[in-house]
Design a protein. Structure first.
Ligand code: FES
Length: 172
């Protein structure tokens, strides 16, 4: 991993943008990686502007590696102002672009973010309603995975009721 990429990821981890559950979201999507067991959930809120329905805000929670958190942080910033069609056309590579090219071993981290975004845009309101009423939280969803993991770090931010967690990965 290049020094530049590492420092951008470090910066994003220190000050992640758009971290946390969005109570009034119009859409929510969750995706898990079968390869590494990481999970990411994304919430999206739309607004009407100039006759177009565009993304007003996107937030995320992650039980993922630092790269996934950094990609989600920059991606949720980039999504603002895009239509659902424009957003769903974005690849993991495009969502991670502000960080620079990812090494091959980290490409699936950006694909996790792309998957959560597509999941949210694929379900929109119906999915959001279901998650609000019956779906487990990301923490609950992660429970089953966590039972089989040995190294887990959970970071709680009491100030805005945000729960974030980051698995401590062994160096890959
Ligand atoms: Fe699995 Fe990054 S999302 S290692």
């Amino acid at each position: 991993m290049s020094d530049d990429l590492e420092s951008k990821i470090e910066e994003a981890i220190k000050n992640p943008r758009n971290l946390g559950e969005m109570k009034d979201a119009d859409a929510v999507g969750t995706v898990g990686s079968a390869d590494c067991g990481d999970m990411l959930r994304m919430w999206i809120k739309f607004k009407e502007e100039g006759g177009r329905k565009i993304i007003d805000r996107a937030t995320f929670q992650s039980f993922g590696c630092q790269t996934a958190i950094a990609v989600a942080s920059v991606a949720t910033e980039m999504l603002r102002g895009k239509t659902a069609a424009e957003a769903s056309a974005m690849s993991g590579e495009e969502l991670a672009a502000p960080l620079g090219p990812l090494p091959p071993v980290k490409i699936h981290c950006a694909q996790l973010v792309e998957g959560a975004l597509r999941s949210a845009l694929g379900g929109e309101e119906a999915q959001a309603a279901q998650t609000k009423s019956t779906s487990p939280t990301l923490l609950d969803s992660f429970g089953a995975h966590a039972k089989s993991q040995t190294k887990v770090k959970v970071v709680l931010r009491a100030t805005d009721a945000v729960v974030s967690a980051s698995r401590i990965h062994e160096q890959r």
